[in-house]
Design a protein around this ligand. Structure first.
Ligand SMILES: [Zn+2]
Length: 327
């Protein structure tokens, strides 16, 4: 077996395709594998599948392939056009790449393996390609996956906003809580974002009225949007946001205690409520006894009763359970 046969085997080529040449350029650090087809070879029509079509003419094409050791590898081939009696002149579909792509299928598979784990710009630097070429591949496969997505079983969703480009450009992201996956992302963080999610859900076979639960922060806009667009959904406040607010309230109280009674901060939260003034008493009652600061975490530690053990089932219960100061 010579190197051509070896590459043909590695590429999985079958007749009439074969490796005609391979050239290793150690200065450009590039391996080029030239593929050709046998004289008189026939191909199926890419439109109707009619077999036995002969080449009418050819076009030179190149595809970036997986690296050969440290060498960037390029496949090149003259791709025939066939003249189908039903469909006319059509370029044949090569088995190593999808139509229109400048990458082989294996290279695209490598890209899609990497992009969930790092920024696209970083992948582009790593593989030595411009990121706009990578984005075209990503958009192709994302669009393909979205076109076949079935949201008919979605019943519990979560929504949260994040800012983009370090500014006040917000994006709201909707996720499936049962099968962890992103369902929808849209600009903004207002009530209409929920309406757009409901439309997108319907477009993928889902039913807004089938959504039983939506988990969110305490954004009035999201609450309004859920009431308007997800009529049967119970709103649950995400414990992350509730815990954060309670932690801030406890910290505020602790700072006030420190200012009022220097050196007695820990005792203050545990002391009897009658020693506090009336205005602060309700909060103090809820905060006793104070937990010691958790040495493993660099943030205020919540008193045990303020910790949220699980997702609360509804807005009403969430509000009932919260200290009045934070409601
Ligand atoms: Zn045809």
């Amino acid at each position: 077996m010579d190197s051509k046969d070896l590459f043909a085997l590695a590429l999985g080529l079958t007749k009439p395709w074969y490796v005609a040449r391979n050239e290793l350029d150690t200065v450009k650090r590039q391996l080029e594998i030239g593929i050709d087809f046998e004289r008189g070879g026939t191909f199926p029509c890419p439109e109707c599948g009619q077999a036995g079509c002969k080449a009418y003419d050819t076009e030179e094409r190149r595809w970036r392939h997986l690296n050969f050791f440290q060498f960037e590898t390029v496949l090149s081939a003259r791709v025939p056009r066939i003249d189908c009696s039903s469909c006319g002149k059509r370029p044949v579909q090569v088995p190593w790449a999808r139509p229109g792509s400048g990458f082989t299928l294996l290279f695209e598979a490598l890209l899609l393996t990497m992009v969930p784990h790092m920024p696209v710009a970083a992948v582009a630097r790593l593989v030595g390609e411009h990121d706009t070429r990578l984005w075209r591949v990503i958009h192709h496969y994302v669009d393909q996956a979205l076109a076949t997505r079935d949201d008919s079983a979605v019943e519990r969703v979560g929504v949260d906003e994040t800012s983009s480009r370090r500014g006040h450009n917000y994006i709201s992201i909707f996720v499936d809580l049962d099968v962890p996956r992103v369902l929808f992302a849209t600009e903004g963080k207002d009530a209409p974002t929920v309406a757009r999610f409901a439309e997108n859900l319907e477009a993928h076979g889902g039913e807004p009225a089938s959504i039983k639960e939506v988990c969110m922060d305490m954004s009035p806009a999201f609450i309004k949007g859920a009431r308007e667009s997800l009529p049967n959904a119970s709103v649950t406040f995400d414990k992350f946001h509730i815990t954060k607010i309670i932690a801030e309230a406890v910290d505020k109280t602790r700072r006030e205690e420190r200012a009022d009674h220097p050196g007695t901060e820990g005792a203050a939260l545990r002391s009897a409520p009658e020693s506090r003034d009336d205005e602060r008493r309700p909060t103090r009652l809820r905060l006793r006894p104070a937990a010691p600061k958790d040495p493993t975490e660099n943030r205020p530690c919540l008193p045990p009763q303020a910790r949220i053990p699980r997702l609360l089932p509804s807005t009403a219960q969430a509000c009932r359970d919260l200290p009045q100061e934070v409601v």
